[in-house]
Design a protein around this ligand. Structure first.
Ligand SMILES: [Ca+2]
Length: 469
């Protein structure tokens, strides 16, 4: 059974998820029913990260993870403690984060202060950096509002909430080496501000309001935001050509009267070596790179314009093929050792879309001549690896049109979270699946129905976590 067969049924109305398990241990079928059409009818204002929810045949609340599958011992890919033997995830329908081993046993769990909003991470030593949803005026897909640092035992070290009528955290955070945390926040822009930026009234949502984006750096020692990058500082000035200024953000491309969440940032990742940030804009189908080596004042000026962008030339009036479709979770891969010139690589989960490209894939992008030698803001990225490859024997087609992510492991393998399916699987560079798990913890997810959807999963080594693992 391949994805092409699945396409014979409208994946937006019903979806039969079927896949072979690792090495033929068993054949398992999950019947998922998406309620997109109904939900669209009731909740037309929601975007894709909220409207699709699935039910699954998995049980609720078990701690024994009945759907886990141990890898074949003869193919044991986790040879040393340096390998990432533990997987962290927070099901979108529960107020909890789980840490499992490769046998699928829950080895630890945390209670969160709300449903995930959306990413969770372990810090070295076993503290949990978690997002959680806080009610507010702008409750769109990926809504957050709170960030908390919990000890291994679940005690709060600190928490920070931003869920006002004018700003609301969402989706992802990034722990910096100095202990600060980067956060993504929506920021409300009034009709007046939107018109002043060159938009016409008929480009605005019915509310007249647009929710823009900010990147905030929170210092938990000071208990305050110490750095900010604001998207609105970098919009294309009226009268400028978008294609001649890809460093600017063209509001016309995003103007969409149906939605107020124009850019829909859904991830943030930081490179300490470059002191740069890579952001994913789902609505643009682009990844954007910005400089973090700036003061807030500098970041509000031209120096804070997009350093580079990649994925969808239409977003800046350019020509050429669109590569990314509604992607998530671009991450910097390990950089060449210092002093060695070499290509920069980024791994990204390229979701796809039911209408235009109904399959997902994971791409490894190489950015040649990255840095000062690049004379363009448009990255000349090439795809150097992808899953599925199209030629591998891994026939387990997967499709998750929202949420999801991918992580390159120390072994060179790639851990993929197909979030809609609540499915985590690890593939070798040759595209062979060597481990697989389906989240059994269900709950009422963002779409308002029971699901096992999971935003992402993250793998960690026992050495990194400590705590006697
Ligand atoms: Ca992150």
């Amino acid at each position: 059974m391949g994805i092409y067969e699945r396409r014979s049924t409208d994946p937006r109305l019903s979806r039969l998820r079927q896949f072979r398990s690792v090495r033929g241990i068993e054949l398992r079928k999950l019947l998922g029913v998406t309620t997109l059409a109904l939900v669209f009818g009731f909740l037309g204002w929601l975007d894709m990260d909220s409207v699709i929810a699935s039910s699954s045949a998995t049980s609720s609340g078990n701690t024994n993870s009945p759907n886990s599958q141990a890898p074949d011992a003869s193919q044991e890919p986790f040879a040393s403690e340096q390998d990432e033997s533990f997987i962290l995830f927070a099901p979108l329908g529960q107020e909890a984060a789980y840490l499992i081993n490769r046998d699928g046993d829950v080895v630890h769990q945390w209670e969160l202060s709300g449903k995930p909003g959306n990413a969770v991470y372990l810090l070295e030593g076993g503290n949990l950096l978690a997002t959680y949803a806080v009610p507010g005026r702008f409750m769109r897909g990926g809504v957050g509002g709170g960030v908390e640092l919990l000890t291994w035992d679940g005690d709060e070290v600190w928490s920070f909430e931003l869920a006002t009528d004018h700003a609301h955290l969402h989706h992802d955070v990034e722990a910096l080496p100095n202990g600060n945390v980067l956060m993504i926040s929506w920021e409300a822009k009034t009709r007046r501000e939107a018109l002043a930026a060159g938009l016409s009234a008929n480009q605005l949502p019915a509310s007249g309001e647009v929710w823009s984006e900010m990147i905030l750096e929170y210092d938990p020692e000071l208990g305050q935001v110490v750095w900010e990058w604001n998207l609105w500082d970098h919009v294309l000035p009226v009268g400028w050509s978008a294609s001649e200024h890809p460093e600017k953000i063209d509001l016309d491309f995003f103007a969409n009267p149906r939605s107020e969440d124009w850019w829909h940032f859904n991830s943030i990742d930081y490179s300490a070596e470059l002191d740069q940030i890579v952001i994913s804009s789902r609505a643009a189908s682009e990844i954007w790179i910005i400089d973090h080596d700036l003061t807030t004042t500098e970041a509000a000026g031209d120096a804070g314009d997009l350093l580079y962008r990649f994925g969808n030339p239409a977003a800046y009036g350019g020509t050429g093929a669109q590569v990314l479709v509604a992607q998530h979770n671009p991450t910097w891969l390990e950089l060449p050792s210092s002093g060695t010139a070499g290509p920069i690589r980024i791994l990204v989960f390229d979701n796809g879309d039911p209408k235009t490209r109904p399959y997902s894939r994971v791409l490894e992008l190489e950015l040649p001549a990255y840095g000062e030698s690049l004379s363009t803001r448009v990255l000349p990225a090439t795809i150097v690896w992808q899953y599925p490859s199209g030629t591998s024997e891994a026939s387990d087609a997967f499709f998750s049109d929202h949420i999801s992510g991918a992580q390159r492991l120390a072994s060179g393998n790639t851990l993929i979270c197909s979030g809609v399916e609540g499915r985590f699987f690890e593939v070798t560079s040759a595209g062979e699946i060597v481990w697989e798990y389906v989240n059994p913890f269900t709950g009422i997810g963002p779409g308002g129905v029971e699901s096992n959807e999971t935003f992402r999963c993250e793998a960690y080594s026992a050495e990194f976590i400590g705590q006697g693992l």
